[in-house]
Structure formats: structure tokens, C-alpha cells
Design a protein. Sequence first.
Length: 200
Amino acid sequence: MKKIIFAFLALISFNVHAQIPTAPWAQQMSAEQEINIPNGPKVTSKIYVDNGKVRVDVNAMGMQMSNITRTDKNLMYIIMHTQKMVTTMPLTQKDTDSAMAFDTKNLKFELVGEGTMEGVQCDKYKLNYATSRPMIFWINKANRTPVVMESEAGDMKIIWRNVVPGPQDASLFEPPAGYQVMNMPSMPGAPSPSTPPVGQ
């Protein structure tokens, strides 16, 4: 069950956890995020982005959960609010690869056109990433916020709605005070013993 939850949270935070100093789209924003995959459930969440720090809040399997990625610390926090527990995990290469549009380590992007997407006038970019298939990224012309990312084959689509650009509260990207923290090692094996609650 934990593996399913971790995989689910990695999916909803797709493409939003690394700082890009040169790409021409916003690095600070909040938005409602929707992921659509054929023959799969529609996944909706609330997302907060601030220069490489990303938080995704979602109701997963009836549980209120948050996923915080911190590339500056090379860490991911999986937060289960009902249980008041936090699992701390090191970021892996796979986690980094899933960021794609917001990770410029191996990313090449090209402006290939413009058009209307979700009723918004957009610039259209093609993204090529070293370890992933090409994607199409639609950026709002007016405020440079993301509108849609979709695969060329049409088998995956991410939509951002009610985007509010601007800096986010730093506390959003930290584990809540009073939650129990468990550190999960990167290598297979049993998790390390739980540490005292945050803030105690």
C-alpha cells in the first residue's frame, strides 16, 4: 500500500520540482492541477511552486496527503495529515526525471508555435528530455504560467487552472510542526526508526 501511495504522489507532482533559471515560464505560483491518463482515474490536486520547491495537496484513497519536493535538500516529504506522520525520502534519479519541464539539467526546449489552449492564448514549446519522451508545453502568453502539458501521443495530459503567479509562503514546503517523522533510506531495507515529532 505504501508503495502505491508513494507512486501516486510522485505522479501528481510530475514536472514541478526543480528550479529553472533560464526557461521562459513562471517559477512561483499556486494552481489547481488535473492529470488525465487514458483508462486511468482523473487526478486533481492543489499545487504550490516556488523556485524549485513544490508542494502538492491531494485526497488520495480517502486520505488527505501532501507531497513536498525539495531539490535544494535532495529530499521528498510524504505527509499523511490524518495520522500526523511524515516520511522523508531522498530524491532519486527517477524522481528527478519525472520533473521534466522544471528540470533543466538535461532539458532542451524549443518554441514551436502558438495557439489557444483551454481558452488561453499560449506559446507552444516542445520539450526534449534525456530520459523521457518529448512533450508539448503550453504557456500563457500574458503571465508566463503553465496551462497544459501533453504527450505527443495524446496519452497523458496535465492541466493547470486558477493559476496565481507569485511567491509562496515558505512554511508550505516544510513538514508541519508536531508530526512524527520517519526517514526512509534510499537502499532496500527496513526504514530507520522514527525520529521525534517536528518542532519538539
